[in-house]
Design a protein around this ligand. Structure first.
Ligand SMILES: Nc1nc2c(c(=O)[nH]1)N[C@H]1C(S)=C(S)[C@@H](COP(=O)(O)OP(=O)(O)OC[C@H]3O[C@@H](n4cnc5c(=O)[nH]c(N)nc54)[C@H](O)[C@@H]3O)O[C@H]1N2
Ligand SMILES: Nc1nc2c(c(=O)[nH]1)N[C@H]1C(S)=C(S)[C@@H](COP(=O)(O)OP(=O)(O)OC[C@H]3O[C@@H](n4cnc5c(=O)[nH]c(N)nc54)[C@H](O)[C@@H]3O)O[C@H]1N2
Ligand SMILES: [Mo]
Length: 779
């Protein structure tokens, strides 16, 4: 397969989601892994009892045994991790870092698994082997040399297991900091913040079984055909049994339109496909809050009509009276908001809003799902609270077939938070750590992702440790983030595969190669399981299945323990003893994290166990003791003053999203099958009327500039304009190529999440004839 951008081909895709295209794609990735038979055996263990948790997404599993429980993109994730290619000292003897920087992200990760610990050598501009003990000692030395523990940043990406995350937060807190920037800060942070205030728990309230009982499932700002393919099955079943699937998305994502079940032979052979939605609304970017307020305003109108005529009530009065607070203020806000404002902000007509409201009202039980199209805006917290307000009006919370479902991204991102990876930890967690381990836990809030970048840029933080992920590429404002890392005294990346973060080094730098979900993890007491939590708060064990590529790779818990031991000695725990047998880590989790009593016994049951969610049982751990209606104001400036200091309006508003062939910054291939793009990722999707309005032609290359009021020039170059079915005024392009455009200061109110789904941009005719490599765009 070619690793360079090829000739771009673009033709709208006519097939269904999944189906034959998915099978062909799985087969090609599987053959490319260099060990197809072993990987096939491993794949059949994906998400099965006694097997491993899919490192793909955080969608939960059907409790039914015996089903095949992986999808096209899960298979890609497994094959990508379980390759036989290796990036070792020989590899780095061949390439200097400056040579590697010229390569694309796709090329870098494709080179294979990291198999030995490495230290950057400035003189030769290469990584060279280092012993594990020396690597740990170097980290301990740097950490102990800082003036205060808050001069170090401890990043986590969401594949990290509960065991590793628990040890990591214990170590960092014993060291003295709450600096836990993590991928959640860029992902579902707004969901946690909003739901915490509204219903007292920052997680979703539904379980897998609820999807089969819902009368309507609303899917907002999410592209499950690509990012959560296993979710298509419950959606398909819902449509088949006559439930409504109602989508809000500016893009008519193929996975939300039609689906062919790759595991249903008859459907595949007949080449039939099932429709996946019953209604599709295409809002403005960031328009969902106004759209949902419009739906609620219709419900209020009909409720008043019902009261006047004696017809059955529209609201669930008993639920509102018994369980909620603040309804009066919320209804007053509905009254005070006029229809033209709702139409203008949502981008939907009154007719559309009414149609959506009718679908909502007709359903006894409604689940609302959402993902990044909702969470990566300036007013995401308010939007999610509006989702909750709507659900509260009709009691769609804490009953079977109804509830709130933030669909998580990384396979254990939710679990990492549960384990205490949190820069603003709840006092309850800190108290319980203090009680159990007897050290003075730091109480000051730590840094989130944006604050960590700012601290490194300003020289206030000097050591960066990344437990997974790709900080240099996943974060906003790539050029500034990369400068921030380069200003550190030490950067450490604990990783499975080579990425741009390894090439963005501080004065000193280490690569610590770790085992992934698919690898067998052997410790003194034998092969170890780790545990994870899915979007439905199900906790289960994951057992690696494949022999690790090299004995020099270590597990994440072992690496964290090694760093802790070198920094703190045997304080506050005997680190090596915990690594010998992970059930000892689970014992500590059971003693300190709520809901994990008898962890070891419960987690090995088939299917694992469910973490108690009070909101799902209509118990409200909020200050009011009730579920809160929160009457937020509609945004007056969705762009946070981006346009101040610029003399004209933006040309378009850009959202940055995922192609079908990537996992976040991991690029599996250069195609985006469902959007009809092949061979190149440097494209921007724009409506033909906008292309013409701005004086361009489809296929032309443009430079994209973003607008922000700090006067810093942000630009990416040579993107090809594609004429696409997208609402006028909007544009879409892939992440991470467009991350240099996302201003560091543009974050969500209350969530601090970079506003990756609404960037004000201008287009310019491309200055250069040929596109620079993806690599140089990130520098
Ligand atoms: N294969 C694969 N699986 C993945 C990932 C991956 O990269 N690849 N990433 C994982 C991670 S970490 C996450 S967080 C999830 C991400 O899962 P998604 O949230 O599905 O990911 P995005 O590609 O960012 O898609 C955002 C969707 O929201 C829509 N959208 C954008 N703005 C708005 C808006 O203002 N309103 C509405 N209503 N819609 C909007 C876009 O058109 C797009 O369909 O997937 C996880 N699973
Ligand atoms: N513009 C824009 N930016 C975004 C987003 C967006 O939609 N638009 N989405 C945001 C979201 S939702 C997220 S979650 C973040 C993702 O941010 P990150 O989680 O930081 O990024 P990933 O690309 O998932 O990280 C990939 C790397 O993780 C390492 N890795 C993979 N598996 C393992 C493992 O098991 N253990 C360890 N230790 N390392 C492993 C590999 O080295 C791989 O190169 O990006 C965010 N950034
Ligand atoms: Mo995410």
């Amino acid at each position: 397969m070619s690793l360079q951008a090829e000739h771009l081909r673009y033709r709208p895709y006519a097939g269904p989601a999944a189906g034959w295209g998915a099978l062909r794609s799985v087969a090609s990735h599987w053959l490319d892994s260099k060990q197809p038979l072993k990987n096939l055996r491993a794949l059949l263990k994906t998400n099965q009892n006694g097997g491993f948790d899919c490192p793909g997404c955080a969608w939960g599993d059907s409790p039914e045994a015996g089903m095949v429980k992986f999808c096209e993109n899960g298979a890609k994730a497994v094959n990508w991790e379980a390759t036989r290619r290796r990036v070792d000292a020989t590899f780095f003897a061949r390439y200097s870092l400056s040579q590697l920087r010229e390569q694309s992200d796709y090329w870098l990760e494709y080179q294979g698994r990291l198999t030995e610990p490495l230290r950057y050598d400035k003189a030769s501009d290469r990584y060279r082997p280092i012993d594990w003990d020396d690597a740990f000692a170097l980290i301990g030395h740097h950490l102990n040399a800082l003036e205060t523990p808050d001069q170090a940043e401890f990043y986590t990406s969401g594949r990290t297991s509960n065991e590793a995350a628990f040890l990591y937060q214990l170590f960092v807190r014993a060291y003295g900091s709450n600096n836990f920037p993590d991928c959640s800060n860029m992902c579902h942070e707004a969901s946690g913040v909003a739901l915490g205030e509204s219903i007292g728990v920052g997680k979703g309230s539904v379980r897998f079984e609820d999807f089969a009982k819902a009368d309507a499932i609303f899917v907002l700002g999410q592209n499950p055909g690509t990012n959560h393919p296993r979710m298509l099955e419950p959606l398909r079943e819902a449509v088949a049994r006559g439930a409504q699937v109602v989508c809000f998305n500016p893009l008519k994502e193929r996975g939300l339109e039609r689906f062919q079940h790759p595991q249903h032979a008859i459907e595949m052979l007949a080449n039939g496909s099932a429709p996946l939605n019953t209604a599709f609304f295409r809002p403005r970017l960031g328009g969902d809050m106004a759209a949902l307020r419009g739906v609620a305003k219709f419900l209020l109108l009909w409720e008043r009509e019902a009261q006047a005529t004696g017809a059955p009530a529209v609201f669930d009065h008993a639920f509102i009276a018994e369980h909620t607070a603040g309804v009066e203020a919320y209804l007053a806000v509905l009254d005070a908001t006029d229809w033209p404002t709702l139409e203008a902000q949502s981008g939907l007509s009154l007719t559309e809003l009414e149609a959506a409201a009718r679908l909502y009202r007709a359903a006894e039980r409604v689940i609302i799902c959402w993902a990044m199209g909702i969470t990566q805006h300036r007013h995401s917290v308010a939007t999610i609270q509006e989702i909750t307000n709507l659900q509260l009006l009709r009691g769609n919370l804490g009953k079977p077939g109804a509830g709130l479902c933030p669909v998580r991204g990384h396979s254990n991102v939710q679990g990492d938070r549960t384990m205490g990876i949190n820069e603003r930890p709840p006092a309850r967690l800190l108290d319980s750590l203090e009680r159990r381990f007897g050290f003075a836990v730091p109480r000051q809030p730590g840094h989130n992702v944006v604050e960590a970048i700012e601290a490194m840029l300003a020289g206030r933080a000097r050591v960066f440790i990344g437990l997974g992920g790709n900080f240099a590429q996943a974060t906003p404002d790539s050029r500034r983030t990369q400068q921030a890392l380069q200003r550190c005294a030490l950067t450490v990346q604990i990783s499975t595969k080579l990425n741009r973060s390894h090439l963005t080094v501080g004065q000193d730098a280490l690569i610590l190669p770790c085992l992934g979900r698919t690898d067998i993890d052997r410790q003194a007491a034998g092969p170890q399981a780790v545990t994870v939590e899915d979007s439905f708060s199900m906790i289960h064990a994951s057992y690696g299945q494949l022999e690790p590529l090299s004995p020099l790779m270590r597990s994440e818990p072992a690496i964290v323990a090694g760093i802790a031991q070198a920094t703190l000695g045997n304080r506050p725990v005997d680190w090596p003893a915990l690594i010998a047998d992970y059930s000892r880590i689970r014992e500590l989790i059971g003693e300190t994290i709520p809901g994990f009593a008898d962890f070891e016994q419960r987690v090995h049951r088939p299917g694992g166990f469910h973490l108690d969610n009070p909101a799902a049982e209509r118990r409200w751990s909020t200050a009011s003791g009730r579920a809160n209606f929160i009457a937020n104001a509609l945004p007056d400036d969705p762009f946070g003053g981006a346009l101040e200091g610029h003399d004209a309006q933006p040309d378009l508003i850009l959202q940055t999203l995922r192609s079908h062939d990537q996992y976040n910054t991991t690029v599996y291939g250069l195609d985006d099958r469902y959007r009809g793009v092949k061979g190149d990722r440097r494209v921007i999707f724009v409506h033909i009327d906008d292309i013409r309005r701005l004086g361009f032609e489809p296929g032309q290359k443009v430079d994209i500039q973003s607008l922000w009021h700090d006067g810093i020039e942000r630009r990416v170059t040579a993107f090809t304009l594609l004429d696409f079915d997208i609402p006028r005024g909007q544009a879409a392009a892939y992440y991470p190529e467009t991350n240099p455009l996302v201003p560091l200061g543009s974050v969500g109110i209350g969530s601090h999440t970079p506003t990756s789904k609404s960037v004000a941009i201008r287009l310019h005719a491309a200055q250069e004839e040929s596109a620079p490599s993806l690599a140089s765009a990130g520098q």
